[in-house]
Design a protein around this ligand. Sequence first.
Ligand SMILES: [Mg+2]
Length: 129
Amino acid sequence: MDVLDFDFYERLKKDYQQHKSIFVAYDYDNTVFDYHNQGISYIKIIGLLRVCKSLGFTLILFTGNEGDQLEIIKEDLINRNIPYDLINENPLMKTRKPYYNILLDDRAGLKEAYYNLKKLTNDIRNKKF
Ligand SMILES: [Mg+2]
């Protein structure tokens, strides 16, 4: 079996079934925030993050922003009701590689990640497992 044949959704579902929760990491610029001011709506991603929160998933914002900029971002997340549990922190291990079961990032297969995570939350809400 080739690694590219691996079923992304089945793995995510297994992660959830084992722990009854998952770690969802997300990016800020161009994932939940319109950095280039292009009039892009991030409401689908933000809505999904809210559903994830309601299901008890752990949400981690991973961003390259630091210092004052990070304070502005925290305020923005609160103002727009975008949930987060951790910022730039690994939930399980003290390592520099960000840890997560799924990543929402405009530079990392956002569309595929979104639809797989959306399917997981739908299946949980519809009590499919
Ligand atoms: Mg980005």
